[in-house]
Design a protein. Structure first.
Lengths: 398, 408
């Protein structure tokens, strides 16, 4: 009897250890999550990706490690849960610029409102007379591919004077360059300005500028790239190493592109055809091609972001009276639609769409389009109920 | 250097005590620690060994485990852990003056802590004075945390990740007990050093009281000069069980420095209730604790840091076999389950009115074998679901743990 008990116990223990891989919770499918690296990284690149992942998602700043004194969030991951879109709780507010002549409220804390502060400090408020807009943090995935699209591709997609007469006139946001920018191959310059492609107004040149800005403006952390304290306005010591900033940039560049789900579903296939037929795809360009890149895994690849990275006039309904760079207040950069269906997984189970999260569903977001998108919106409204569902199913599959 | 000195002293004491060990000289080495006491008696209710007529008694416990855990399909692989080695030294300095200390080595020697080092002066059963490093009597687990007493490899989340476990501080206070037939009443009240601003400024990105444990300065200097008050009242009926109500509170921030005002005083207040009982007939042991935390977080701060927290656990332990196993005559096999919940941020978002999540549920089924009253071998299966602050799909973690814990 005793031997049987011993044998049974040993058997259970061995079986348990062998079965370990089976008894831990399963990993979600690759198409169910946004985070994870792009295929094809080398082991060395994987190590950098992991360092960047930790710095982005796990490093929490405190007053002792550089947070603030004014800030919006305490870590990168606070605003981009699971590398997805943000939540109204993590929204940014920018203020003080109404046209291409620049921000008139820089001396009063513009352009970004730091509405939180470490104990003992007073947070900022929007100055009287300043217009403002609220920005929902975007998803991070696939940014490396977008970063690697040659400027020439964007200019080819642009039609600033609507020469083809389709009512859609995308144009790039020409912005001044930051001093630390390393220009991508094929960068085009006009009158000392460069094409911006990141941010709601496309006022950021690349992921280095985006990252350095976010550390400085969102968390109050200065670096050698952005070395002015947002509270005093004075130059200060770096509070984060260049290596960490570069690791985070590498992480953002090598996050995978979202994987579309249910691609063979007939409704999704039909929905995609409807998406093209009612001209949504004229701004939300389905397919782009990356150019050369120092990271082989993202160089010269075809990908499906559903954006043209250009500015479009979206009408008075979405005009908050605030802008950046050379964009008008009604112009917004076409947001990428990839990962749209997974947005709820980073927004607490709800949709908060458009630039400030005002749309609580995909259909809401479509119906809030205006300006250059008016025709497409009208076409959507005229679709029968079945086709609307198909179009929405397609968008949710992205 | 301090760690080396402490380690050296302990080794000397241990060596002196063990060098002359003759089992015949050891007194009370097999005392059953599960006898009915209040949780507040736990520090003295441990098995000590005493050599001859030496006024010093020593004891301790050790625990180690294997685990294979994973989160969302990703595992850290097979892990072997030596979680703790605790050494107790007690001494009767005079007839009614006692000294007790507990020094704990956690995760190898990554952490070495003096968890308890106090001198007790007994004036009357209802009035005793205690001073030194005392364990703040909040809830039950903080006082009654020895590994061999539990059927679970991990300590409860609410007692380690919401409340600080083995939270001790330098201070003074009084305690006492009164016995009436089947009833026991007890109380404790201490003023000690306390929390610091790290509870809302830490790497956990949440209001996290255990962050204050990282500050070793609290054993020689109060962070803000304001004492932390901890008090507990407990009552036990030998036929029903024990109920404890406790409170801990004080100012946690540095509101003045060098005479200059830096901020207003901000408090942390904690209320806890604990209970334990053994059901007659089935001998099912029930043990639980629930705590509420309220923190005055500056209004300039982000909602990321919770103003209110709550959480607790309940353990159900059912003996299923009492017999000799492998020659261990008083073996007991138990099946058990622990249910846990922690909400680190109780409230609603200002922006949406939606509930702030930042919460965890856990279920831990267990089988334990106690070859004697002081030793436990335990096999656990852990199932955790943890939601981030926004309430996104939960992180699913879990896996198996196997380990032992024993007094020595």
């Amino acid at each position: 009897m005793k031997k049987i008990v011993i044998l049974g116990f040993v058997f259970l223990l061995v079986a348990g250890i062998i079965a370990c891989e089976k008894i831990i919770p399963k990993a979600p499918g690759n198409d169910e999550i946004l985070d994870g690296p792009v295929d094809g990284l080398t082991p060395e690149q994987n190590a950098i990706f992991l360092r960047g992942d930790i710095a982005f998602n796990d490093e929490v700043f405190t007053a002792q490690t550089g947070l603030g004194p004014l800030f919006v969030a305490t870590s990168c991951g606070s605003c981009h849960a699971g590398d997805g879109k943000g939540h109204p709780f993590t929204m940014l507010t920018r203020f003080g610029q109404t046209d291409s002549t620049g921000n008139k409220f820089l001396h009063l804390g513009g352009p970004q409102l730091q509405h939180r502060a470490i104990p003992g400090y007073q947070f900022e408020s929007i100055p009287a007379g300043a217009t403002f807009s609220r920005f929902m943090p975007p998803a991070n995935t696939g940014l490396g591919f977008l970063d690697a699209v040659p400027d020439a591709t964007l200019l080819a997609l642009a039609d600033p004077n609507d020469v083809n007469g389709d009512g859609i006139s995308g144009r790039p946001n020409w912005i001044p360059s930051a001093s630390y920018i390393i220009y991508r191959p094929g960068t085009i310059e006009r009158n000392g300005k460069y094409i911006g492609r990141f941010g709601k107004k496309a006022a950021v040149y690349d992921l280095m500028q985006q990252t350095a800005n976010a550390y400085n403006q969102d968390m109050g952390v200065s670096s050698t790239y952005e070395h002015y304290d947002t509270y005093t306005g004075l130059e200060t010591d770096p509070e984060i190493s260049n290596k960490t900033v570069l690791d985070v940039i590498f992480y953002l560049r090598t996050l995978k592109a979202p994987v579309q789900r249910n691609q063979s579903d007939p409704d999704v296939i039909t929905g995609k055809q409807l998406f093209v037929s009612i001209s949504c795809s004229k701004c939300h360009t389905p397919q782009l091609q990356s150019g050369p890149s120092s990271i082989a895994a993202i160089a010269n690849k075809t990908f499906f972001p559903y954006t043209d990275l250009l500015l479009h006039d979206m009408g008075t309904g979405l005009d908050d009276g605030y802008t950046e760079g050379s964009a008008s207040t009604a112009e917004w950069r076409t947001p990428a639609l990839w990962g749209l269906g997974l947005s709820k997984n980073s927004q607490g189970g709800n949709y908060f769409l458009l630039h400030d999260g005002r749309a609580r569903g995909i259909e809401d977001a479509i119906l809030l389009h205006g300006g250059e998108a008016n025709q497409s919106k009208s076409s959507f409204k005229q679709l029968n109920a079945t086709d609307k569902v198909r179009l929405l199913k397609f968008l949710e599959s992205l | 250097m301090k760690k080396i000195v402490i380690l050296g002293l302990l080794l000397c004491i241990h060596h002196l005590a063990t060098a002359q060990i003759d089992p015949e000289l050891l007194r009370d080495p097999t005392r059953d620690t599960s006898r009915r006491q209040l949780n507040m008696d736990a520090v003295y209710g441990r098995p000590f060994i005493q050599v001859g007529k030496l006024p010093v008694a020593i004891g301790g416990y050790v625990e180690a485990n294997y685990q294979y855990l994973g989160e969302n399909g990703i595992s850290e692989g097979h892990q072997f852990q030596m979680r703790r080695l605790s050494l107790f030294v007690s001494s009767s300095i005079a007839k009614r003056i006692k000294f007790l200390s507990e020094i704990e080595f956690e995760d190898g020697t990554k952490e070495i802590n003096i968890e308890f080092a106090s001198v007790d002066f007994e004036f009357a059963p209802l009035l005793n004075f205690r001073g030194g490093v005392v364990i703040n009597p909040i809830g039950s687990f903080n006082q009654n945390h020895d590994g061999p007493k539990w059927e679970f490899v991990d300590r409860p989340f609410s007692s380690t990740q919401m409340l600080p476990d083995t939270w001790s501080n330098v201070g003074f206070g009084v305690y006492g007990k009164k016995y009436t037939n089947n009833w026991v009443y007890g109380y404790e009240a201490y003023f000690t050093n306390g929390f610091d601003a790290s509870i809302i400024s830490n790497q956990e990105n949440k209001t996290f009281l255990p962050a204050a444990k990282e500050n070793p300065e609290r054993f020689e200097e109060s962070f803000n000069g304001s004492p932390l008050l901890t008090g507990k009242f407990a009552v036990r009926n030998n036929k029903i069980g024990e109920l404890g109500v406790s409170y801990m509170g004080g100012v946690y921030n540095k509101y003045k420095d060098d005479g200059l005002t830096l901020d207003r005083k901000r408090r942390v207040d904690i209320f806890a209730i604990d209970f334990n009982s053994t059901l007659p007939g089935s001998n099912t042991y029930i043990n639980g604790e629930w705590a509420w935390v309220k923190v005055n977080v500056p209004p300039t701060y982000t909602e990321q840091f919770g103003r209110k927290q709550q959480g607790g656990f309940v353990d159900l332990v059912q003996p299923v076999l009492k017999r000799s196993i492998f020659g261990f005559e008083k073996s007991v096999v138990n099946v058990a389950v622990r249910l846990e919940y922690v909400d680190w941020n109780k409230g609603r978002f200002i922006s949406t009115g939606d509930k702030i999540a930042d919460e965890l549920w856990s279920v831990v089924p267990a089988i334990s074998w106690r070859p004697g009253s002081q030793t436990v071998l335990r096999l656990n299966y852990r199932i955790n679901r943890q939601k981030d602050i926004l309430g996104n799909p939960p992180f699913r973690s879990g896996g198996i743990q196997f380990g032992f814990s024993t007094y020595f």
